[in-house]
Design a protein around this ligand. Structure first.
Ligand SMILES: Nc1ncnc2c1ncn2[C@@H]1O[C@H](COP(=O)(O)OP(=O)(O)OP(=O)(O)O)[C@@H](O)[C@H]1O
Length: 254
């Protein structure tokens, strides 16, 4: 890069982000950024702050302090400049139960102003095998079927920033495998930055080029899966996860 070249803005930049409830800090302060086309795992034990972090990035949870910039837009002041280019999947956000899957996808597609929406829904139904229940009420689906619908919803606007909160937690191993392949294809096609909260370490090893380790709401490590394995002297990310969760600090960054 020449001296005058300006570095491209990260897709997502989080600075000093924290959340407290009743003066008890549960997350932060967090500082990290995501580059276009990267897949970053957000790991941490139960209650570490993964869902709260994703909620703050999406603007679903109001931060106590700090800032979130997506595509250079300050999410506290100009979020509408960015929301159309991002999306999320979370098991904690339910869709209207009485609408059919197709109707729900239509509602979200219209919110995002998706062009040629019928064709988009057909394509997603094919990619995520929703065909058998596209015209059934969403509330009557199994957990795994609802998850596939939630993933379809998260892809409806071809996002370039995708936040996924345990996207394969309720899927059987075969379905989880092809859903991961679908997410990888989306990343490639749209140069999408993905933040993936997961308890599935083999999923993280397969999909992520970088891992953020959260413990008690703070970042305790940030590295590639390969470097984490080397530093902690472990063969699997699961072992690294246990080291971090149990406070074995040999591999922790200096
Ligand atoms: N509305 C709330 N009021 C008070 N405390 C909350 C609230 N929401 C979350 N917390 C607390 O914030 C902390 C982080 O919760 P969060 O759901 O972000 O964790 P997580 O890493 O997603 O956990 P899990 O793996 O169990 O889903 C927890 O201690 C939780 O009890």
């Amino acid at each position: 890069m020449s001296q005058n070249a300006v570095a491209p803005k990260p897709t997502l930049a989080v600075a000093g982000l924290s959340k407290s409830y009743d003066k008890r800090r549960v997350v932060g302060p967090l500082d990290f950024s995501l580059e276009a086309g990267s897949v970053t795992g957000l790991l941490g034990g139960n209650g570490a702050g993964k869902t709260t972090t994703i909620g703050m990035v999406m603007g679903l949870i109001e931060p106590t302090q700090g800032s979130v910039h997506a595509f250079g837009c300050d999410m506290s002041r100009e979020r509408y400049g960015a929301l159309g280019r991002m999306n999320f999947e979370s098991p904690y956000v339910d869709m209207p139960h009485r609408l059919t899957v197709r109707q729900n996808l239509r509602v979200f597609g219209m919110l995002y102003d998706v062009e040629d929406l019928n064709a988009k829904i057909e394509q997603l139904a094919k990619d995520l095998a929703l065909g058998d229940f596209l015209d059934r009420q969403t509330g009557r689906l199994s957990a795994g079927q609802k998850t596939r619908v939630a993933i379809a919803k998260s892809l409806i606007n071809d996002p370039q920033l995708l936040l996924l909160d345990e996207p394969t937690a309720s899927l059987d191993p075969d379905t989880a495998d092809w859903v991961r392949a679908r997410l990888e294809a989306h990343r490639r096609t749209h140069n999408c930055a993905i933040l993936l909260a997961s308890h599935n370490m083999s999923e993280v090893e397969r999909l992520c080029d970088r891992v953020l380790m959260l413990k008690d709401g703070t970042l305790v490590d940030d590295d590639s899966p390969a470097s984490l394995l080397a530093r902690y002297g472990r063969d699997t990310l699961e072992e690294v996860f246990l080291d971090v969760a149990r406070g074995r600090v040999d591999g922790a960054p200096a």
